[in-house]
Design a protein around this ligand. Sequence first.
Ligand code: 2BA
Length: 109
Amino acid sequence: MKLIIAVVQDKDSARLAQNLVKENIRATKLASTGGFLHAGNTTFLIGTEDHMVDRVKSIIQQSCKAREQVVAPMSPMGASMESYIPYPVNVQVGGATVFVLDIEQFDQF
Ligand code: 2BA
């Protein structure tokens, strides 16, 4: 069994959730925040059998798309100098960042 962790943009999360339900794939949605943009995103936890991993990845790929986001300049006050961006820049945010982990045990009580 595997645990698929997928970080997706909020705009795609309803579509992804719907497409997973349609195919009877169970998932948990968590509200999350990107470490770089500090923008809200959604993290899906999907526990699934090994043979379903490629299918789940393909549903994620079809449901989520990459977009450009403008990062506005931040005041250096309160921000560390490494994260200070003095002018607006375009950042390409991926459709989904996906991790696949082995599950040692799976129980439901
Ligand atoms: P954020 O951390 O807010 O990152 C948003 C986008 O900003 C990233 O898109 C990437 O294009 C850019 N970015 C991130 N860190 C950067 C840096 N140090 N320098 C320059 N550009 C940077 P994605 O790579 O598609 O990531 C989208 C979201 O997925 C991330 O939001 C984060 O929440 C998650 N993520 C991405 N890689 C991850 C990882 N290795 N571990 C955990 N979460 C990750």
